[in-house]
Ligand binder design. Structure first.
Ligand code: ZN
Ligand code: ZN
Length: 171
């Protein structure tokens, strides 16, 4: 087997210790517990194994990660390219997060990227790239005029995957 990971490599709360059998490895959790985990469940972005799994030491939070919400949006609605842009200008290419004019109390911020998102999947709409940018700009200007502060959604998620890109370039 190819030895891709080295002792000390950190994935969320887990630190790689050593390879084990059957695709597993020994990981040291930030709480001090060592356990065997399937490597692919730990190392791939968006995977669920982030701690040793002891819920008394790592209470389950109700806040889903950015990547988790991304997966949920695609799972629920499919790729944005399967839709028309909601203003009917073209084929959609991206899911755009639309919190409404006043923003939203449940808005989440990704600690790694600073991007804003929301666990409420009804707040995502398919848009073309051009339209997405135009709407962002319009909202930013209007919001500044009405509330005197910049749009909190300037950095909202733009989610597109390679499949969508391909559809976009050929369609
Ligand atoms: Zn732990
Ligand atoms: Zn449009």
């Amino acid at each position: 087997m190819k030895r891709k990971y080295r002792p000390g490599d950190v994935f969320n709360e887990l630190t790689f210790v050593d390879y084990a059998e059957n695709g597993k490895a020994k990981f040291m959790c930030s709480c001090g517990t060592e356990s065997l985990k399937y490597i692919h469940n730990v190392v791939k972005p968006g995977r669920t194994t982030k701690t040793c799994g002891d819920r008394t030491k790592h209470p389950r939070t109700s806040v889903p990660a950015y990547s988790t919400v991304h997966s949920r949006v695609i799972a629920l609605y499919g790729p944005a390219a399967d839709y028309l842009c909601i203003c009917l200008c073209n084929r959609a290419a991206e899911w755009s997060y639309e919190p409404g004019v006043g923003g939203n109390a449940t808005e989440l911020v990704c600690p790694d990227t600073g991007k804003r998102y929301n666990a409420d999947l009804s707040m995502y709409y398919p848009r073309s790239v051009k339209c997405h940018k135009a709407v962002d700009k319009k909202r930013r200007i209007l919001r500044k005029r009405l509330f005197g502060r910049p749009d909190s959604t300037t950095q909202h998620p733009v989610w597109s995957d390679p499949d969508e890109q391909r559809v976009r370039s050929t369609g």
